[in-house]
Design a protein around this ligand. Structure first.
Ligand code: UDP
Length: 255
């Protein structure tokens, strides 16, 4: 981001105003969300967002370990973000690093804002985010998946957190930066947004923007979050409808 020379064969914006992957500046990558994909977790979700593939699993609320972390008045939301070794072209060295610690922390903080943590003193709500394939924007995909997984686990929340980034590449403000735009672009602004209360629970900025560019990036990212929110809700509705049909089905073999 910022300063990395662009290879000659990459044109971040062509003469028709189209991006590397053919998108317009205000166009997001396709997004697909599925809730309840893992049987062993209390809640789970899978997100495919462009070429990103992210899985989230939730356990809890359960007794908080180690005990010295317990809070007597509320639950701890503890996120663990991990990028699989095979998630990127150059094998990623397995295990936690500075970046994964940072993303785990900001994701935990964003979700703590929406979970009714005061209902579950002394407990921990553990959220595992596994990036299976990465192509820029994995923190947004991870937060989006984690939020659906929490809802799937039945954890009481004020609302879902929807997440999307915007930024600047080829001197143009654009939404949902892809890998080349992230690598060779000028700025990236990931946002976590709570649509019902209009709160921003995650805001970061990598690179440099003028005040106007920042304002436009934030606006575009929030518009993106609103689209993501619709997909999150649809995923949960699909999951709930399947369950309710199962629940009312007549028992078989009864005369
Ligand atoms: N990336 C990588 N190796 C790493 C970390 C990141 O190849 O060790 C790639 C990956 O595709 C990631 C992108 O760089 O999605 C951008 O990373 P960034 O730190 O900006 O976070 P993200 O945009 O994924 O939230």
């Amino acid at each position: 981001m910022g300063g990395t020379p662009i290879p000659n064969d990459i044109k971040l914006l062509d003469e028709n105003g189209k991006r590397v992957d053919g998108r317009r500046p205000d166009e997001m990558r396709p997004i697909k969300i599925e809730a309840g994909v893992l049987n062993k977790a209390d809640g789970s979700a899978y997100v495919e967002w462009g070429l990103n593939k992210v899985l989230a699993a939730v356990y809890g609320p359960r007794e908080c370990h180690p005990r010295h972390l317990q809070n007597t008045t509320r639950a701890l939301v503890q996120c663990h973000y991990n990028m699989a070794a095979f998630s990127v072209d150059d094998r990623k060295r397995p295990g936690p690093d500075r970046r994964s610690h940072e993303i785990s922390k900001i994701t935990s903080e964003a979700l703590t804002h929406v979970v009714f943590t005061e209902y579950f003193p002394r407990t921990s709500i553990d959220v595992y985010i596994e990036v299976l394939q990465a192509n820029a924007g994995t923190r947004c995909a991870g937060l989006t998946a984690a939020s659906v997984a929490l809802a799937d686990a039945g954890v009481p929340m004020r609302d879902l957190v929807a997440s999307c980034a915007a930024g600047k590449a080829a001197d143009t403000v654009m939404v949902d930066l892809g890998k080349e735009e992230d690598n060779f672009g000028q700025a990236d602004v990931p946002v976590g947004y709570v649509p019902r209360t209009e709160e921003i629970v995650l805001l970061q900025m990598d690179g440099e923007l003028t005040h106007d560019e920042y304002t436009l990036s934030l606006k575009m990212a929030i518009e993106g979050c609103k689209k993501v929110y619709e997909e999150q809700r649809n995923a949960l509705k699909r999951r709930y409808q399947v369950r309710s049909v199962d629940a009312v089905e007549e028992p078989k073999g009864v005369a």
